[in-house]
Design a protein. Structure first.
Length: 80
């Protein structure tokens, strides 16, 4: 019973944890709604050239991410 509870807690934590766009790798970024391999690489490229994101809304400056995509993933994203 305790094993099942621990497994449930782990899965819940993974499913509901936010992805830090300033630290995530391509695979982690691809777990965000609307982000595939190309957009994930664009996020990484943007953060390298601009020193990271200061706000979640700054993601609209990334090539291929507009207001609709941002809205889809905003609740899944963390900056710090």
């Amino acid at each position: 019973m305790i094993k099942l509870l621990l497994i449930f807690l782990f899965i819940t934590t993974v499913l509901f944890s936010a992805v830090n766009v300033n630290r995530a790798n391509s695979a982690q970024l691809q777990t965000l709604n609307g982000i595939g391999p190309t957009k994930a690489e664009e996020i990484i490229r943007y953060r390298k050239s601009h020193g990271g994101f200061k706000t979640v809304d700054e993601l609209v400056n990334v090539k291929g991410i507009g207001p609709k995509t941002l809205l889809k993933m905003k609740s899944q994203v963390a900056i710090r």
